[in-house]
Design a protein around this ligand. Structure first.
Ligand SMILES: Nc1ncnc2c1ncn2[C@@H]1O[C@H](COP(=O)(O)OP(=O)(O)OP(=O)(O)O)[C@@H](O)[C@H]1O
Ligand SMILES: [Mg+2]
Length: 453
């Protein structure tokens, strides 16, 4: 992929549209723009079980995005994308329809559409997306790209370890623009888990968040005030002793949420178990004196756990090697299935480390220096620094250079990368056209949209 060679034709063609299908939010805009023009929640609200009488009074029964979440009226809320994968197709079609009609306001039949997909998007989903875009929306041409490939473009790199932190947390290594299949991993900690933990921690202070509106405020509070510890022990103590760490958040009803340690305890879930965090919370509440020794004990335990897990991983690797040898024997007979479920790890550093050591040894150094974070949940202050330290801590000595990159625009890195990707000269012949679809059907998507896999 010649990522720096842009198309310089002054085209009078209609501009392409980039659509980043997010579990949480849709991002849409024109190819060549610096940022998406429309961002809205990926939700559909349906008013169900209405009598005829009520239907006559309020004929509109379907709402998308912000409208679906507005508090007026009773409706069932549907989230068509679950963990990055489209699961409710009727609702997704409504989201796309709304995108074209009310958000970006274009006729899809007049614009090439580039869409993003999750690393483990099943083949059937790729085909279905393609079919809907050509048949329902009558697009002239279409392209589908894994989010990580676009994130790489946004960072102007051709190799690296790409970490998507949206609602889902997943990563892969890309070498010379090719995704390394074995390096595609997930982390079981997701944005919803962090919000849920924050809710639990704040409940211990007596604050309840239950209604949809309250939960919206909780999410906002998380986004505004949470941060990742960059230095475990000293910062933790200063965080509770130093009044400047306390924040006050005003609620819609005039109430006020006052909180301190919860700011860093919730995102700590990226690095340790919920149980350990609740223990930390108790220590901080009850036992400020002697806290250092308690933390040091916890740290030692964490180290021991790490050691044990490393041993286990080594064993697993050996087994895997054996299995691989067996598999290789049959490889030519089998079609390589891109979409087997990808393996999940319990913390972000583990996921990153495992992903990178799955690639060939001589390439690892380069990738350890090119770790990239993208997505809304990558915005936690301190995350970049903490990840850098934790990934490095997998080595007792002779650690390679570890560098985590984080551009300010990383929340929209996938979309921005899509805008760059679709502007490349090389893209001109890549689009899957309506004619190709009519001739070959939806499975052609795997042939056309496959250059990065
Ligand atoms: N400043 C912030 N600090 C921490 N988290 C944030 C911040 N801003 C947004 N988020 C979180 O980012 C998440 C949404 O990120 P994003 O829009 O990248 O997800 P998505 O693309 O819809 O999901 P996915 O890529 O997993 O399908 C939400 O959980 C939101 O609370
Ligand atoms: Mg995303």
């Amino acid at each position: 992929m010649d990522i720096f060679e842009f198309s310089n034709e002054d085209s009078d063609e209609t501009p392409g549209i980039v659509i980043d299908n997010g579990t949480d939010t849709m991002k849409l805009g024109f190819v060549g723009d610096d940022a998406p023009r429309c961002v809205f929640p990926t939700v559909v609200g349906r008013v169900e079980n209405l009598t005829r009488f009520l239907l006559e009074l309020q004929p509109k029964t379907l709402f998308v995005g912000e409208d679906a979440l507005s508090k007026k009226g009773r409706r069932t809320i549907y989230c068509p994308i679950k963990r990055g994968i489209i699961e409710e197709w009727d609702n997704m079609v409504e989201v796309w329809e709304h995108s074209f009609k009310n958000e970006i306001r274009v006729y899809p039949s007049e614009h090439p559409i580039l869409m993003t997909e999750s690393l483990d998007n099943p083949k059937v989903n790729r085909e279905k997306t393609c079919q809907i875009l050509f048949e329902t929306f009558k697009v002239p041409s279409f392209y589908l790209v894994p989010q990580q490939v676009l994130q790489l473009c946004a960072y102007g790199m051709t190799s690296g370890c790409l970490i998507n932190l949206g609602i889902t947390s997943n990563c892969c290594c890309i070498l010379d623009s090719k995704i390394m299949k074995n390096s595609c991993l997930r982390c079981s900690v997701e944005a919803g888990g962090i919000t849920e933990l924050l809710k639990e921690l704040l409940a211990m202070r007596g604050y309840q968040f239950t209604t949809r509106l309250e939960l919206d405020y909780l999410k906002d509070l998380k986004e505004k005030y949470s941060y990742c510890l960059t230095n475990n022990i000293p910062e933790t103590i200063s965080a509770i002793e130093n009044k400047s760490q306390i924040r006050e958040y005003e609620m819609f009803n005039g109430g006020c949420v006052r909180f301190g340690k919860e700011r860093f305890l919730a995102p700590e879930l990226f690095f340790r178990s919920r149980k350990q965090i609740l223990e930390m919370s108790n220590l901080l509440t009850n036992n400020c004196k002697g806290i250092n020794s308690n933390f040091q004990e916890m740290e030692r335990e964490k180290e021991k756990e790490k050691e044990k897990e490393k041993e286990k991983e080594k064993e697993k690797e050996k087994e895997k090697e054996k299995e691989k040898e067996k598999e290789n024997e049959n490889e030519n007979e089998k079609e390589i299935e891109k979409n087997t479920r990808i393996k999940s790890y319990s913390t972000l550093p583990k996921m990153i480390y495992q992903s990178i050591i799955s690639i060939s040894e001589e390439k690892q150094k380069q990738v350890f220096e090119n770790i990239v974070i993208s997505g809304g949940s990558s915005l936690f202050e301190g995350l970049q620094e903490r990840l850098q330290k934790e990934v490095k801590s997998f080595w007792a000595e002779n650690a390679p250079e570890v560098k985590v990159h984080a551009i300010p625009e990383r929340k929209y890195a996938t979309w921005i990368g899509g805008s760059i990707f679709a502007s490349l000269k090389s893209m001109k012949n890549k689009w899957m056209t309506k004619e190709e679809y009519n001739e070959n059907g939806s499975s052609f998507v795997h042939i056309k949209c496959n250059d990065c896999l």
